[in-house]
Each structure stands twice: as structure tokens, then as C-alpha cells.
Design a protein around this ligand. Structure first.
Ligand SMILES: Cc1ncc(COP(=O)(O)O)c(C=O)c1O
Length: 397
């Protein structure tokens, strides 16, 4: 059994704060500062350029990628880190489309994260020649799959509502129709058990700064199924995805396996923070995390519905159909979130009216949920949110 009191003690959370925004940016692992300091002082400071070999900076995207791979059910050596998630979406989609050259349609859902849709639009515009993006409601995805679909590109857990797709069932149906799948695991990795190998996913991508706690700007990851790893053609053919980067060959030859999905110089300082964060994951069993996350989410839903009748649940009630977050709709949701933050309960807001709260058992417990509920109830019952200072939108909501 995972000792959640022990994992909570590994984070440096401000005294008195209840942090329910780990689906946006995970908190600081206590060991991260020292780990980064060592990388800066002992490695960058003393080793300088030789750090790429002596401290194995060059190997970190694969070694840490493997640690993430264990959390998402990937086969060993099939996950690599680098770039941002938007870039990894583009990269996976471009390769997936090349694997299905006679088809032109990318299917996604209207709840997908806008950056995924924007990246697809940009890529398809470049490809020209009849390529198009088709989006349907999340519930209509299965019916919309057809023999004309080239790629199914979905985010498993909806960033707004927390609604979860059935990755195994949709992947199986897609494969029956000859469709290649790209799964975005931004709200899944570290939130719930994922089994990319078992589901037969072709490509999966995700970020590390949410549930994996790598810090702002932490690198993204990409998974390519072993059956494609040595044949997939990288569209972002950067030098570190080359078979022999230091041969400085003018022609591109992809590296073996997942290494070909690397693009350029990896972010060494961010990876140091991520290593510290992954040490905490070594203390946790993701199945325990899932059970406890559903329990905390259910506790929050019951508490809010019992005390705040103006708020409408926007997430599935059934824990098995949700990720690790709960969302409520309210027209003045932005102001409510600001009023909560002013009282040290941190959630966030997504336009037009969604208040999001994520429940991350590594550092949130039942007592935190109870305090979050009573604070929210107090703010709603006394309309504390109804003040000008809570209504001015900041650049990041
Ligand atoms: C589902 C999903 N996809 C893509 C992104 C974009 O990630 P990045 O800013 O790292 O490119 C996000 C960011 O939150 C996301 O939630």
C-alpha cells in the first residue's frame, strides 16, 4: 500500500495552502531544489561541456522517459522526453499520417485541448492536398470512425470536464478500420493507470509538469509502439534523432527505435527537477493512487452538491469514467476561483464557466478536501466572490 502521508511529506507546499491545481502545474518536490543545485553547481559549473558524457545529460531523455514509461504501461525503451507537448502532438500526428498515406482525415473531438487541434490544423494546412480535421462530440467518436479516417487523435481525459475516453475500446475499433491512433495523456500520466501497450496505442504523448510534477516548462514525452519504432518517419528530423548525430552527416538517417523521436538539445535543468519528482513516484503504486483519487473526488462532489446548490457538476459522476479532477459550472466561476485562491484553496478556471479542481493523492488528503468544501460553501453562501477585485481576468486563468 502506498504511504500517502510519506509522499505528501516529499512536497514543499506553502503552509496552509490546499493545492487543487496539480492538473495544471504540479507542486515543488522538496528534493528538486537540491537536485537542480547539484546539476548547476557540480555538473554545469564543474564539468561544463563534458557533462553531456560524464553526467550522462545526453542519456536522460531516454532513462527518465523509461521511468515515465512504467507509469503509462509502455514497453521498456519506448518513451523519450523532449520539447513541449504541442510539438510532440505535431510530431506524432505527422508520423501517423505518413503511415496511412491513402487517407486524409484526422478525427478528434470538440473537447480536445485547443493546442492539439491547432497543431493538427497547421500540419494539415502544410500538407495541403485534401487533408482535413474532423471534430465531433466526444460521445460521437466511435460512430464517426470510418475507413476514410487516417488518424484518430484524442486526449484520453478531457481537460475541462475530466471525462475519460475508453482508450482500449476506441483503439481496437480504430484498428479494425485501419486507423492509426495518437493519444494525448496530459491528464492521464500520473493521474490514473494507463496501459498503452495493452491498449495497442500506436503513439502516445503527454506532459510532465502536471501530475508528474516536473515544474513549469518541464519537457513532454512521446511513446511509439514497438511495432512502429524502427519504421516510423520523424517529420521533425532534428540532429539528436539522427542515427549518428556527431558524424555531422549532411543527410538525415533516423536513429534506432524511440531515439529517432528526439529533436534537439534536451532541457537538462528541467530534467533534473523531473528526476527528483520521479523519485516520489517510486514510492507510489498508481493503482493505489487511482483508488484514493476516486475517493477524494467523490468526497468533494458529495460535499459541494450538499452545500452549493448553484454549482452544476460538469464531470462524470461515475469515478471510472473520470480522470483525477472534478469540475463544476458556474457563470461567475472565475470570480469564485479567485475568492478561493484568496483563502488559500487553489483551483483554476477554464472559459466559459468551468471551475476545475484536481485531486492528487500524493499530496492531497481527506482533511484537505473537507476544508476545500467548507471554504467553497462559505464563499458561495455569503457571495464573497461578488467583488470587483475577483472579476478582473489575469493573463493566465
Ligand atoms: C491535453 C493537452 N494537450 C496539450 C497541451 C499543450 O501543452 P504544451 O503547452 O506543453 O505544449 C496541454 C496543456 O495544458 C494539454 O492539457
Amino acid at each position: 500500500m502506498t504511504d500517502f502521508a510519506a509522499t505528501k511529506a516529499m512536497f514543499d507546499l506553502p503552509e496552509g495552502m490546499i493545492y487543487l491545481d496539480g492538473n495544471s502545474l504540479g507542486p515543488l518536490p522538496k528534493a528538486a531544489a537540491e537536485r537542480i543545485r547539484r546539476t548547476v553547481t557540480d555538473e554545469w559549473g564543474k564539468l561544463l561541456i563534458t557533462g553531456w558524457n560524464k553526467a550522462d545529460w545526453m542519456g536522460l531523455p531516454a532513462t527518465i522517459g523509461d521511468r515515465i514509461g512504467r507509469l503509462i504501461g509502455a514497453e521498456p525503451a519506448h518513451v523519450v522526453l523532449g520539447d513541449t507537448l504541442s510539438i510532440k502532438v505535431y510530431q506524432a500526428l505527422a508520423s501517423a499520417l505518413e503511415m496511412n498515406p491513402s487517407r486524409k482525415i484526422v478525427l478528434s473531438d470538440t473537447g480536445n485541448f485547443p493546442s492539439d487541434l491547432y497543431m493538427a490544423e497547421g500540419l494539415l494546412r502544410t500538407l495541403g492536398d485534401g487533408y482535413c480535421l474532423q471534430t465531433v462530440a466526444p460521445e460521437a467518436i466511435e460512430a464517426a470512425l470510418s475507413v476514410d479516417t487516417a488518424v484518430l487523435m484524442l486526449t484520453e481525459v478531457d481537460y475541462r470536464t475530466g471525462r475519460k475516453h475508453d482508450m482500449a475500446a476506441l483503439t481496437a475499433r480504430a484498428h479494425e478500420l485501419g486507423i492509426v491512433t495518437v493519444w494525448d495523456l496530459a491528464h492521464s500520466a500520473g493521474a490514473l493507470p494507463v496501459d498503452v501497450a495493452g491498449a495497442g496505442a500506436d503513439f502516445a504523448v503527454g506532459c510532465t509538469y502536471k501530475y508528474l510534477n516536473s515544474g513549469p516548462g518541464g519537457p513532454a514525452f512521446i511513446y511509439v509502439a514497438p511495432r512502429h519504432a524502427n519504421t516510423v518517419r520523424p517529420a521533425l528530423s532534428g540532429w539528436l534523432g539522427h542515427e549518428a548525430p556527431f558524424a555531422f552527416d549532411p543527410g538525415y538517417r533516423p536513429a534506432k527505435g524511440i531515439e529517432r523521436m528526439r529533436v534537439g538539445t534536451p532541457p537538462v535543468l528541467q530534467m533534473a527537477a523531473l528526476e527528483a519528482a520521479m523519485d516520489i513516484w517510486d514510492m507510489a503504486d498508481i493503482h493505489d493512487v487511482r483508488v484514493q483519487s476516486i475517493r477524494l473526488c467523490d468526497q468533494f462532489i458529495a460535499g459541494v452538491e450538499g452545500n452549493c446548490p448553484e454549482l452544476a457538476l460538469a464531470s462524470p459522476r461515475d469515478g471510472d469514467r473520470r480522470g483525477s479532477q472534478v469540475s463544476f459550472r458556474f457563470k461567475e466561476g472565475y470570480a469564485v476561483i479567485q475568492a478561493l485562491i484568496a483563502r488559500d484553496v487553489v483551483g483554476d478556471f477554464r472559459a466559459p464557466d468551468v471551475m476545475r479542481f484536481s485531486f492528487t493523492p500524493l499530496y492531497i488528503d481527506e482533511a484537505d478536501v473537507a476544508r476545500a468544501v467548507s471554504t467553497l460553501a462559505d464563499i458561495m453562501q455569503h457571495r464573497f466572490w461578488d467583488q470587483g477585485k475577483f472579476k478582473t481576468r489575469a493573463r493566465v486563468t
